[in-house]
Design a protein. Sequence first.
Length: 124
Amino acid sequence: MDWTLEVAFLPVTDVDRAKDFYTSIGFHPDHDLSPGGGVRFVQFTPPGSHCSIVFGEGLSDQPPGSPSELMVCVSDIHAAREHLLAAGVDVGEVDIQPWGHFVYFTDPDGNRWSVQYLPDRHQT
């Protein structure tokens, strides 16, 4: 039996602001559902990912910015950084480490993201 990680919950203060942010960086909007009872379920998926993020109302008691850092992996760290900069995201310089190359950013609620590039994985 496979056990797949497919959804990560992010606490946010303003659902619509979060939607705008994740749309601006190119995440795909999958759902925006309000089934009742004070619950709003919004799901976005990064391009090419099998794991989505979920945020909304009535989903978590955690304060915004409280989850541990989330990581997405890319095949071109410089293109990823330029994409984020073009979307108006405050993203750091490329951090080159012996185990990989990284850039870091936060969403408007302080949820931390890292973008990872592994040169050994993408050599031709």
